[in-house]
Design a protein around this ligand. Structure first.
Ligand code: ADE
Ligand code: ZN
Ligand code: ZN
Length: 235
């Protein structure tokens, strides 16, 4: 996602944290909010010292594969990255500086694994190589889902974040189920459908948003709820 998607994931997660989790996280993050630190993973991308985390934002799988039977990126991927972050946060011997760093990355990665195009095909770099137009302006399918659709639409950060309140306890419980790998497989299934629906050169606009904005919103909501679940289990 772009900044808006990540911040909303952080904001929604914040609503689902237990008091004790919140306190532990506030201490590690010097009282910065989850929403504020959620974009950190992208902010360090241009810094050579952090190059090795570049592949932790996404996974690539063939259309007919699930994560378990896909060929793994030797440089690592979002599942490997998220699981590493969790392991550092659970490590009694890890420093608070390391925990803060990997907490910020985890907040980012759990957001990204809910963006359908972050679990797409390697051949087109998760839609980055599929040129399309958004409301007549040149972009690509990956960017449509990262940001064009949610930013270009008339919907504020607060509006996106508040929608999570409408879920029942059972719905939330259902969303919380599964592992990071299960969540990635679910995201990949959405990617498969998105690929089928779009051709290079398509001009996507209101009709596309009408059909897909609900998916983006629901994915962002799941990301927030699942991030909170992971953090409540860790802290
Ligand atoms: N961003 C950069 N490369 C990517 C890929 N192969 N899949 C998804 N997102 C990406
Ligand atoms: Zn992206
Ligand atoms: Zn990212």
């Amino acid at each position: 996602w772009g900044p808006t998607g990540h911040r909303v994931v952080g904001k929604i997660a914040d609503n689902y944290l237990k008091g004790s989790t919140k306190r532990a996280i506030q201490k590690l993050l010097n009282r910065q909010s989850l929403a504020f630190v959620s974009t950190y993973g992208d902010e360090i991308k241009s810094d050579d010292r952090y190059r090795k985390f570049g592949t932790w934002h996404y996974v690539n799988m063939e259309a007919n594969q699930s994560y378990e039977d896909s060929e793994k990126n030797p440089k690592g991927d979002a599942v490997v990255g998220a699981e590493y972050c969790v392991s550092v946060l659970k490590d009694k011997n890890a420093t608070d500086d390391d925990k803060a760093f990997y907490l910020k990355l985890l907040i980012h990665i759990i957001g990204d694994i809910h963006q359908p195009m972050h679990a797409g095909l390697a051949a087109d770099k998760g839609g980055n190589d599929i040129d399309v137009k958004w409301m007549g302006k040149s972009t690509n399918l990956h960017r449509v889902w990262d940001s064009d659709m949610i930013n270009g639409y008339d919907m504020s950060y607060t509006e996106l974040a508040s929608n999570a309140d409408a879920l029942s306890k059972d719905e939330i419980k259902h969303i919380e189920e599964g592992t990071i790998t299960d969540w990635v497989n679910e995201t990949h299934t959405l990617a498969n459908a998105i690929y089928k629906d779009v051709k290079p050169g398509d001009n996507l606009g209101y009709k596309y948003a009408y059909n897909n904005l609900g998916i983006a919103r629901s994915q962002i909501q799941k990301g927030g709820i699942r991030l909170a679940k992971l953090l409540n289990d860790i802290f």
